[in-house]
Design a protein around this ligand. Sequence first.
Ligand code: PRT
Ligand code: ZN
Length: 284
Amino acid sequence: MKLKIAIQKSGRLNEDSVKLLKDCGIDLKNGVNKLKTESDNFPMEIYFLRDDDIPQYVEDAVADIGIVGENVLLEKNKKADIVEQLGFGKCRLSVAVGRSEKYEGVQFLEGKKIATTYPLLVQRFLDINKINAEIHEISGSVEIAPGIGLADAIVDLVSSGSTLFMNGLKEVETVLQSQAVLIRNSQLGAGQQEILDKLLFRIRAVKKARNNKYILLNAPNDQLEEIIRLLPGMKSPTVLPLADPGWSSVHSVLNENEFWDIIEKLKSAGAQGILVVPIEKMII
Ligand code: PRT
Ligand code: ZN
């Protein structure tokens, strides 16, 4: 028995999706330039598809699971369960208008034309805000629509904001925050679910490792207590005596978010020779 996974063939999510599988120790046969491949060392078949088709394939159980942007899953409105947020492909679906427009709230959109490739999500946003507006569905280059007089506003994906900036637009509302998610057919068989559980265990270990760093430092013994207090660690930090009397080596794990803050405090507390090392897997 094999678990069938659909991932993007080429585009923004392809590389990170393949890397996630690799980091989970899943080797793909024959590279990735095919429609379909399998793994030598994990019961998995991999389908490479357009991202827009992935929700349908998972709903129809042609693929058991898939990796797709939450924005695509919600727009396609297909039946599939989100099992895990994957932390890459982060972006937001936003409303943007011309930079010189006086925008004071969603009321601005009343009676206006909005160009987008996300008609369903835009209509839902308008309904929630009780706005009547005309949606123009277009298939790409949405950001040029206001400039050529096709629309008064657009709704499109934004990450750095530079596309909007270069087209003389400003972001005024967020419709949706999105990232890549792992989705599952809602009636997965027991055998497939068992393989998925194994995969999920690995994905969670990889995600935790990506968010954490291993830290080693030297501490004068009279400052040890203070330094240990600063380190959260998984349990308590490891403390080993150094050959130099009066000094100890301290090992611990730090979360990415609090990293710089804690490093500064450690230095002020007298820590020296601080080494920070990436973690490959983290199982707790
Ligand atoms: O060929 P296929 O249909 O599979 O791919 P695609 O061309 O439809 O999608 P692709 O590869 O562009 O994007 C796949 C997914 O990546 C999207 O569905 C999102 O979930 C996610 N993602 C993350 C993004 C962005 N960031 C993003 N910035 N998708 C698109 N963009 C585009 C956006 O549409 C705009 O044109 O990038 C531009 C804005 O970027 P900034 O950095 O200038 O703001
Ligand atoms: Zn697409």
